[in-house]
Design a protein around this ligand. Sequence first.
Ligand SMILES: [Zn+2]
Length: 495
Amino acid sequence: MVSIMKRTVRLATLPLNKNKYDETRSVIGHYSDAKRVFVAHLRQTSLWRLLDRSKSFRDYAKAQGLYPEGINVHLVDQAAFDAVDTCIRHIESCFVRANVKARVWRRFTDEDERHYAYACLTRYSAIGQIMGGGVPEISTVTTSPETGTKIASYLHRVIRDALDGSWPTVIKSHSMSLDSTLYSVVDNDTAKGKTRRYVKVVSSTRNKRISLPLSGISRVSGNVRVVLDEENKRAFIHVSYDVAALAKATGPAVSLDWGVTEVCTDDSGVHHGDEYGRALRSMTKRRHKTGKARNKLHALSKRDAGSRRTKHISRNNLGTKKQKARLRRAKAQLQTISGAAIKEVVYGEGNRTRANGRAPQHPSQRPKEIITEDLSHLGGKAKSKKISRLCSSWARDENQERIMVHAHVGGSGIKTVNAAYTSQTCPNPTCGHVSFDNRSGDVFHCRNPYWDCNWQGDADHVASMNIKSRIQDHQIDRFTPYTEVRKILDARFLR
Ligand SMILES: [Zn+2]
């Protein structure tokens, strides 16, 4: 986990005149030409040792004469760093999707072997070596040559499967990344006496900068990304800020069960963000309804291609502009609700709006640890039949990412646990009966057939309590398969 969190803010420029727009597009074009060449080069696994430090790739590219002539060398440096970043992100997302770490964990049970394998996975130099058929030497772990060879060949296979021959392509890029030497910020007064802020960015012409007028007055500093907005003939400047962390939290740990009627329920039974369900359902319904209507129209216009009616339909009813805008609004609404709920968990009740100048809670009032379910094995599983898979998985990722940011700011640790059967297991410490029948809708009622337990309560609360106790579970870890979890729980119950 990175220690500094970045938060990105997107600032729009005013619509640009043709000249400025074309100039911006041209410089981004040169930038992405260079980046394309770099990314294509980095496909060779023998160069992956250069991914550990982006500066080493830059030096390599320069020495190999990969730098194009006539473009600001510093801008090309940025393209080189950007290329390294793109490749790393690609490799990492392949690893996550293929569950590489979990597979390694299951394959090797010996501590030293796991150590060695994980050490390899965190160094691109080692990954590159493995992909070239080598056995990397890791200074912090000693292994016998046979063990090294065994692990390296397993990793080779797993990594090859994970990447599956894929590699990022830079076909048409709309953006470029700039460090602070490649732009400057200037304020000017407008005719009406207001202040207008300009970001002057590097152009394709030597010593000439393109002055992009911002639509507001916002702080622009550090590394920025300039993104073209073709539709509105303007640009966005993405600025990222470091988020400073508060003092380490010392309050009692809290566990959360992500929900669909509310954002989450904690282990004391409090629901956070009650308005969530309605917003999520209406987003699903919207998608469903308009999707159906659009499919009908699509079918109609295919049957009757070329007619006046069809042309009318495709112009007025099959555009994506309004649809996209609606989706954007729905997402923004969900983000507002979940943001407030998560802040409530992290910073404490009544502290939803830190931005409004309210003092953060005392460290002892913020949870030292936040325990959530591990979502990486869930795939596309939806929690509710009424909410589409697409919406709920989007919302889940969104919430998980948000809690990471806030937990970092609030000085809380994040732990994830295996959540298999947490909503079907009786939380009564002397019971622990597991059954699908224990839960019906929002209500949990223990149906223990052997003795009278009859434990009753809110189903989400139960899930949250069970998530909390998983943290001390020595038999069930994040990688324990679903069926195995069931066996362990059943065995415990019968004992
Ligand atoms: Zn029970």
